[in-house]
Write a protein that binds this ligand. Sequence first.
Ligand SMILES: Cc1cc2nc3c(=O)[nH]c(=O)nc-3n(C[C@H](O)[C@H](O)[C@H](O)COP(=O)(O)OP(=O)(O)OC[C@H]3O[C@@H](n4cnc5c(N)ncnc54)[C@H](O)[C@@H]3O)c2cc1C
Length: 425
Amino acid sequence: MNIGIIGAGFTGLAAAHRLTKQGFEVTVFEGEDYPGGLAVGFTKKGWKWSLEKHYHHWFYSDFAIRKLAKETGHKYIYLPTKTSTFIKGTIYQLDSPQSLMLFDKLSLLDRIRTGLVLAFLKLTPFWKPLEKVTARRFLAKYNGEKTWDMLWRPLFEKKFSHFADQIPASWFWARIKKRSSSLGYPEGGFLKFATRLDALIRQNKGRILYKTRVEKITKVDSKLEVLTDKGRFEFDKVICTLPYASFANIVQDLPEPYSQRLLSFKGIGAVNLMLVLKREFLKNDIYWLNVSEENFPFLAVVEHTNFMDKRYYGGNHIIYVGNYLPQDHPFYSKEPRELFELFLPYLQKINPEFRQNWVMEANKFTAPFAQPIVPLNYSKIMPQIKTPIEGLFLTNIQQVYPWDRGTNYAVELGEKAANMVIQSR
Ligand SMILES: Cc1cc2nc3c(=O)[nH]c(=O)nc-3n(C[C@H](O)[C@H](O)[C@H](O)COP(=O)(O)OP(=O)(O)OC[C@H]3O[C@@H](n4cnc5c(N)ncnc54)[C@H](O)[C@@H]3O)c2cc1C
């Protein structure tokens, strides 16, 4: 059986690894010239490890990707990390029941209500009732309007823009359920891990064609024809790992209602400013700082080198200033320096000592489809891996629900799609 896979992100790599290990003939098409997709990394002179364009870590319960790392002999590290929130001009460590109880911007009653809701979400496995209601309604009702306004609304608005009030409470459940204080990271960076998978796929006689963009997929008799900018290929089965809208745009002859349904699911993009600094920006070893301030132009500051040691990055400190924005937002077209100058006064509110001359380098990275927007009752309407076209499978970042996107679920779904292909023989 001859199988084509579109995309060498972690979904495509996991599927290709599984299939080639079992002896199937596999060709992976990747538009870029490197593996890793959204989790892709890059290196710089003087660095021992690669770094992701967008901050990445694993949660403790990311078992599928940990299993794949073990199976392929790739080491990983789990370390305790500190999460805090910048709110009303002060940094609060809000990552445990104790720290929440000390948060004096909320009344004692609101703190207790918030603590109980978070504990409930952490413990309950029953997410289905939560997809019927928006997170906004759920949190305002059970945490109180004041808590919603102060703690959650600014984060939802920055993460989801104009979709903020439409996100189901099941999304919030997944975020709370998954959170672990200790976070994981593949040794050498995500690029190194992706490169290892690439090497194993090739070792098992798989092909990965980089800089090869798939333009069209057509069913011709019992075969699937894949047209790329480098030529035409023919397969018995194809797994496509692109978002729904891209899939609908390249696959010919999809039934119209199915295609319209795929196109109805939205996503939001990401713009990340990555700064290489001479000095530490977030004190007290804070790794992740949520910015719950209405008028700030970013959502989070992530100090990667308060997670992984700075010696892997030439002894410098690395922060990401992270943002999720609609694809037509002006930040996408700004130069890194322009973005930095815009952010500087706000960064100085977080750390008043911060000076422009700490910055050795500024890079901007964008991803047009970074965060799926899931509607209410998504589990009932989510398009499945099997598509209406025989032999064509679709598995992507929008199908990891009820969980939120992540490389762990990419691996889980990639392997599931590979198994479905094998069973469909
Ligand atoms: C800002 C940000 C932060 C994140 N943080 C984390 C985190 O901390 N931990 C975590 O685990 N995950 C995180 N994620 C999510 C994670 O990166 C994704 O869930 C995962 O990488 C998705 O993998 P994928 O293979 O499904 O899709 P992708 O990574 O999107 O892979 C799809 C691949 O297809 C290629 N492609 C697209 N069109 C074509 C075409 N026409 N022809 C050929 N190739 C094509 C793309 O170049 C890409 O390589 C984050 C993502 C973002 C954007």
